[in-house]
Design a protein around this ligand. Structure first.
Ligand SMILES: *[C@@H]1O[C@H](CO)[C@@H](O)[C@H](O)[C@H]1NC(C)=O
Length: 408
């Protein structure tokens, strides 16, 4: 006959037989527990329990590590750092505030930034898209083509229109203490143009024209805070390579400056591009139509029909078919507009917009009309993911209608 397994034959045998077995009644309670744990089957249970404990701990840590970088929640935070309300120091953490730790932005950058609290009160983005680069220093010659880097077709007096866009942008800024003016446009011109962003050149021009007089930041005095002066509410967005990026990146830039997203947007640009911005770019970003204003100023010419025909063919229609400009011919144009190989920083500063930045809906083929006016009530495809300015993820009614129509 086979011997019985040891665990059944000697139920209470201890693994370390230093203590006498079967004398439990003589032992103190702690010794009893030890005794119980040391019995062979218990010891196996204890070992299994400890192994499982370590395993699950490691699993949780790994999941945490894996999930947090790819998380698209608006405050992607490593909650493990805040256990028991304590911050576990990792160097940069010493300098960081709680909201910086939670921002999902690298601390080596976040800890260099301190905003006056008044920036957080701004809620209105006024964007002036750049069209060319002003090289000058002398504002009295601003209307002369030589002071600008221009395409051949821009040499017929367009620079006067660019100056009007800048002036109107500043006028709108004066009307609203809660507005931030953003000049937008990258270093889009090939050498011999310098690697100077259009936006920076517009900002220089605004200063040269004395539109944004330099003042120091007014002191914060308790409750009644003086509003930020004009020059402190004028920023540059120096990376956009086309009009869609003008709008998208200036929203991201607004977030950098104010630590929030705008509730209202005003764009000051060419009149013929109104449909493109309002019906396509705004719609693509799912920004509510009721909170969006476009101020159009055209070249001072008797006949603008060529401008409108060109806009329809080379601007509106391509963006209608590819709302984010990720297909030719728009993507090809962008290739030519980044001669200085600049990388924009908005993935880092706006991690909550990552999906939107990478959004590339398939090329569409729309029914074509002959005139821009025929597109008055036609809206382009909207991004359907979650966005900070539409945090419930739903899109406004007018966009929903179009979205449904496009699915047909
Ligand atoms: C649109 O503007 C209204 C009024 O200013 C505001 O209450 C609302 O939050 C804005 N909508 C968005 C999505 O910002």
């Amino acid at each position: 006959m086979l011997p019985l397994p040891s665990s059944t034959s000697k139920r209470n045998r201890t693994y370390f037989p230093s203590l006498p077995a079967n004398h439990n009644h003589n032992l103190s309670s702690s010794q009893q527990i030890l005794q119980t744990l040391r019995s062979r089957t218990r010891l196996t249970n204890l070992a299994v329990f400890l192994l499982l404990f370590c395993l699950s701990g490691s699993l949780i840590l790994n999941l945490n590590y894996l999930l947090i970088p790819s998380s698209n929640t608006f405050s992607s935070t490593s909650s493990s750092r805040f256990r028991n309300g304590k911050v576990h120091s990792k160097g940069w953490d010493d300098l960081a505030t709680l909201s910086q730790l939670r921002s999902g932005i690298p601390l080596s950058i976040e800890t260099t930034i301190e905003r006056d609290s008044r920036y957080n009160d701004l809620d209105h983005l006024i964007m002036v898209p750049g069209h060319a680069i002003w090289l000058g220093h002398d504002a009295s010659k601003v209307n002369e083509n030589d002071d600008w880097i221009l395409e051949p077709m821009q040499k017929g007096g367009s620079v006067r229109t660019y100056v009007k866009h800048i002036q109107r942008g500043v006028e709108e800024l004066k009307k609203d203490n809660k507005a931030l003016l953003v000049f937008s446009g990258g270093a889009t011109r090939v050498p011999p143009s310098p690697p100077l962003p259009e936006a920076l050149s517009y900002h220089n021009l605004a200063h040269a024209l004395d539109l944004l007089p330099s003042t120091l930041i007014p002191a914060e005095q308790g409750e009644s805070k003086a509003p930020l002066s004009l020059n402190l509410r004028a920023a540059t967005e120096e990376h956009a390579l086309d009009s869609y990026e003008n709008l998208l990146f200036s929203i991201a830039r607004f977030k950098e400056v104010t630590d929030r997203y705008p509730r209202r947007i005003t764009v000051v640009g060419y009149g013929m591009k109104e449909r493109r911005f309002t019906n396509l770019h705004r719609s693509a970003l799912s920004f509510p139509l009721s909170n969006f204003t476009y101020i159009g100023i055209n070249d001072d010419l008797p006949d603008l029909s060529k401008h409108y025909a060109g806009e329809l063919k080379f601007g509106f229609k391509p963006f209608m078919n590819s709302p984010t400009g990720c297909h030719p011919p728009l993507s090809t144009k962008k290739l030519l507009r980044n001669p200085y190989i600049k990388y924009h920083p908005y993935h880092i500063s706006n991690p909550q917009l990552t999906e939107l930045f990478e959004w590339c809906p398939p090329l569409q083929d729309h029914k074509e009309f002959d005139s821009l006016d025929d597109y008055r009530d036609v809206y382009g495809t909207s991004f359907s993911g979650r966005l900070p300015w539409n945090s419930d993820g739903s899109v406004a009614d007018d966009e929903q209608v179009m979205w449904d129509r496009e699915r047909d």
